[in-house]
Design a protein around this ligand. Structure first.
Ligand SMILES: *Cc1c(COP(=O)(O)O)cnc(C)c1O
Length: 500
């Protein structure tokens, strides 16, 4: 399997190089030149396999420079002990032919664990395969969820260090506590005075500073990135769409060749739904990919008109992990829908960075409309959906998942496609966003602590609080430093224990 770049289709690299580099030197994203295909008999042969074996099978078709043994080790390290469900990504059945694919049983109770538990193991092996022996230093600027998921993924993984910066005024109390109590000998966490942009800009400056790089080099270290455009974060996400379908075959819900499902995904950076697109292209029988957005509906507009325009108001919503105006992974979709026309993709991306807008050609529009259906909803509809599902089914979902469900319902009434079973990606535990979820049932009480909210939600739903969240209250804070934007480099050196 060879990989090329979305901005230069003459590039040829193997998967280890793609994962080690993260982004192609021409600024493009790495994509497989050809997609592996799975036949129905291959699907049937995987029905009785557990999640880990399914993962080794699917990953092996993409990461052909890894042996099965290496992949088994990586998958075991990622999914064996760290997930609160033996089946890793279980499928829950609700009414009306809807299935909830629960992607939040990992250590941070949100779906980014699915990829970030595996990435560190793929990355350390990739670096070795490329003949490099540096200790890898991961730097992350986070607005909440990604930083914690990266910390959990890299904690105590040999050959790596991880440092996370979060904005002092931009994360919830729970998110802050999740990060500042992080365990592990190779982790560092520091708050930055300011907002997310301040932290992000600071990290970018450190990444590209030659003096900092030289200082790391002197100490046998080198930077790498764990952000969502790394192929090593995308490929683990393809696995769970296959796994969900295999689960439905196992229970007899899917019982003939080519029987289709719809897949609805609450979307931000377009990574999770792109993985579903890859699964479809590989032969998983998917009718429509349903892209769900919150009030930040730039993707709804794009998938229904072919115009991408980020020049709009940014909304802060109850589904904050989808509050995004630039969906980086869309670039990969465009590459595939133009049959690898990197010159066209590059042109659109240059327009996007120059003007904030581009419009795809008619041939691409047609493919978008055939593959996708898109919709959006606001916070009121999100909360109404949470209550409605709980009242009807006793199933409690989080705000992001509710956006997916709401938009799926819109799809059913707009298209009258009511018979096709639907898999809705559930991207976070309801306890992770307890105040907003609780607010679906009663007036919020601002005097309450987040833990009181979580406990009340647990009483209301009679479901136990996930262990990692329950444990937070009694953990001690290890990282209480706040630094100025200008002092982030020094903070990095201090945490790495190297001179400056
Ligand atoms: C990151 C995230 C999303 C959005 O996923 P993308 O791959 O960026 O589209 C949705 N829900 C939750 C809870 C997330 O953390």
């Amino acid at each position: 399997m060879v990989y090329t770049s979305t901005r230069d289709n003459t590039v040829r690299v193997d998967s280890a190089t793609a994962i080690m580099r993260g982004i192609s030197p021409d600024g493009g994203l790495y994509v497989p030149v050809e997609l592996p295909k799975l036949s129905y008999s291959e699907l049937c042969s995987m029905v009785s396999a557990d999640y880990q074996h399914r993962a080794v099978d699917i990953l092996g078709r993409f990461l052909t420079d890894f042996t099965d043994e290496e992949l088994s080790e990586c998958v075991k390290a990622a999914y064996e002990d760290k997930f609160g469900s033996d089946t890793v990504a279980p499928v829950a059945s609700i009414n009306d032919g809807r299935y909830i694919l629960e992607l939040w049983h990992g250590p941070t109770c949100a779906f980014k664990d699915m990829a970030l538990q595996l990435l560190p193991h793929l990355l350390t092996r990739s670096v070795k395969k490329c003949g490099d022996d540096h200790e890898i230093v991961i730097l992350v600027a986070t607005s909440g969820d990604t930083g914690k998921a990266a910390l959990e993924g890299f904690a105590d993984v040999p050959g790596t260090r991880i440092i996370v910066f979060y904005p002092d005024e931009g994360v919830s109390n729970i998110q802050k506590l999740q990060m500042t109590t992080q365990e592990g000998d190779n982790v560092g966490v520091c708050a930055v005075w300011g907002n997310f942009d301040d932290a992000q800009t600071g990290v970018k400056m450190i990444f590209t500073n030659d003096e900092v790089k030289a200082q790391l080099e002197k100490n046998g270290m080198a930077f790498s990135s764990a952000n969502s455009i790394n192929w090593g974060r995308l490929v683990p996400q393809i696995v769970y769409y296959f796994s969900a379908y295999l689960d439905l075959m196992q229970t007899g819900e899917m019982d003939y060749e080519g029987e289709e499902i719809n897949i609805a995904v609450p979307t931000g950076n377009f990574g999770n739904i792109l993985a579903a697109f890859y699964a479809k292209m590989m032969g998983l029988p998917v009718k429509k990919l349903i892209c769900a957005s919150n009030a930040n509906n730039v993707l709804t507009e794009f998938l229904t008109t072919g115009v991408y325009d980020r020049n709009r108001k940014f909304h802060t919503t109850m589904s904050p992990s989808m509050d995004i105006l630039i969906s980086s992974n869309l670039e990969r979709l465009l590459f595939h829908l133009t049959d690898g026309d990197s010159a066209r993709v590059k042109g659109w991306m240059e327009q996007l960075s120059a003007t904030g807008r581009y419009e795809v050609d008619d041939d691409v529009k047609q493919k978008l409309f055939d593959l996708f259906w898109a919709g959006c909803c606001d916070d009121g509809e999100t909360q109404a959906q949470i209550k409605e599902l709980f009242d009807a089914d006793g199933y409690l979902c989080d705000t992001h998942t509710a956006v997916g469900l709401h938009v799926y319902t819109q799809y059913r009434s707009a298209t009258e496609d009511v018979k096709t079973p639907a898999v809705i990606a559930s991207t976070a535990s309801p306890y992770k966003f307890a105040p907003s979820v609780l607010g679906s049932f009663k007036e919020p009480d601002s005097a309450r602590s987040e833990f009181e909210n979580i406990d009340e939600l647990s009483v209301l739903s009679s479901c136990p609080v996930p262990a990692p969240l329950a444990a937070l209250e009694s953990k001690s804070v290890r990282f209480d430093k706040v630094c100025k934007k200008e002092d982030m480099t020094k903070a990095v050196f201090d945490m790495l224990g190297i001179g400056n």
